[in-house]
Design a binder for this molecule. Structure first.
Ligand code: PLP
Length: 401
């Protein structure tokens, strides 16, 4: 019998470092659960890295995809297609900045579009300021935008024209602005960097600074958007508006999509032929995204996300307190959170949870990231908390290493 692990080892470039015999090969998903080849069931507290906001194979998303794929799957962007225009309308109507949309296929591509728009906006101004510890993608421009040397090092020289302020330190951003600056790009809540929320005064300060200096404020909502924090966009917690918003991950309900939303003032900066994507705004993916938005914008849905976020937060804080884990802590908003594992090694807790059938994510040596589907039930959240409780006990018994 052909083993998937052997095929992957032989034929797939090893950029993901999947561990054979440890990491499961999934064959099925439903709601908050996944099943591997052997039929073992896993509770998903990761949502495919913030993608499956409506859980796995949500009935309405599956139906939308099936109907659209049977009707029309691709035409190129030389022609009009319905789902793309309808999705753009839905995004604009539900994003406080209004404006217009460009469709791409991933978060990195959405950010590339934002970077190009910002550079085109003010001729001669090409510099973009991002934050240390940020994550904006893996293409050359978005890798350069990503303020994490560990990802950049093997690929130097990078693009010129990017510099990095310290997250939540307004002065550090102001000091980097000069007469060639085009934009500041920031995640309102840093995801990959370890779930750090921007302080209100910091984001407000960035907004004022960008307005004063006539440069664009770009919010990368690729991970923190799409309802994850209990509001459609994380920036809605801050009572201010950016000029550009990028979104991806959760928007497609598991299919690849990225989008740049530009406020009306900047919606005509990019002209015909200056940016494009063969697959961007594909009818099937847009049909899926429309279904996802319909689900998460239904009355009461986001309020429930907020409630479930509170249950998760209280549960995790209780567990950390009961077990008296030294140096441990909780960070997060809604269903986007991180546990600082203090004296314990995050990977050990991750391994234990995986064995027990709970998927979460270890970032760095002492941080765990949790991103459950927004459709998760409170019962399922509690089921996950029980496993995390056991994992912490086990890790403490083993002496934390
Ligand atoms: N921006 C943020 C905030 C992200 O978290 C990510 C991915 O983790 C990206 C951009 C890149 O998205 P993609 O992997 O779809 O290119």
């Amino acid at each position: 019998m052909v083993r998937i692990e052997d095929l992957e080892k032989k034929y797939i470039i090893n950029t993901y470092n999947r561990q054979p015999g440890v990491v499961p090969c999934f064959v099925k998903g439903e709601g908050s659960y996944l099943w591997d080849e052997e039929g073992k069931k896993y509770l998903d507290f990761l949502s495919g890295l913030a993608v499956n906001v409506t859980g796995h194979c949500h009935e309405k998303v599956v139906k939308a995809i099936q109907e659209q794929v049977a009707l029309l799957s691709h035409t190129s962007n030389l022609y009009y297609t319905g789902p793309q225009a309808l999705l753009a309308q839905k995004l604009v109507e539900n994003t406080l900045i209004g404006g217009k949309v460009f469709f791409a296929n991933s978060g990195a591509e959405a950010n590339e579009a934002a970077i190009k728009l910002a550079r085109k906006n003010k001729p001669g101004c090409y510099k973009i300021i991002t934050a240390e510890r940020s994550f904006h993608g893996r293409t050359m421009a978005t890798l350069t935008a990503t303020g994490q040397p560990k990802y950049q090092k093997p690929f130097v020289p990078l693009l010129e024209s990017f510099s990095y302020g310290i997250f939540n330190d307004l002065d550090s951003f102001e000091a980097l602005i000069d007469d060639k600056t085009a934009a500041i790009m920031i995640e309102p809540i840093q995801g990959e960097g370890g779930v750090y929320a921007a302080e209100k005064a910091f984001l407000k300060g960035l907004r004022d600074l960008c307005t004063k200096k006539d440069i664009l404020l770009i919010f990368d909502e690729v991970q923190c958007g799409m309802g994850r924090t209990g509001k459609l966009w994380a920036f809605e917690h801050y009572d201010l508006k950016p000029d550009l918003v990028t979104v991806a991950k959760g928007l497609g309900g598991g299919l690849p999509i990225g989008a740049l939303i530009a406020a009306e003032k900047y919606a005509a900066v990019l002209k015909p032929g200056e940016h494009a994507s063969t697959f961007g705004g594909n009818p099937v993916v847009c049909a899926a995204a429309l279904a996802v938005l319909e689900i998460i914008l239904a009355e009461g849905f986001l309020a429930e996300v907020k409630n479930k976020g509170q249950i998760l937060e209280e549960g995790l804080k209780d567990i950390l307190q009961q077990n008296e884990v030294k140096g441990a802590g909780y960070r997060g908003l809604g269903l986007m959170c991180a546990i600082e594992t203090g004296e314990l090694v995050a990977k050990n807790i991750y391994d234990y949870c995986l064995k027990e059938g709970l998927l979460l994510n270890a970032i760095g040596e002492h941080t765990l990231r949790l991103l459950p589907p927004l459709t998760i039930s409170t019962g399922e959240l509690k089921e996950g908390l029980v496993i995390i409780q056991k994992a912490l006990k086990e890790a403490l018994l083993e002496g934390g290493i």
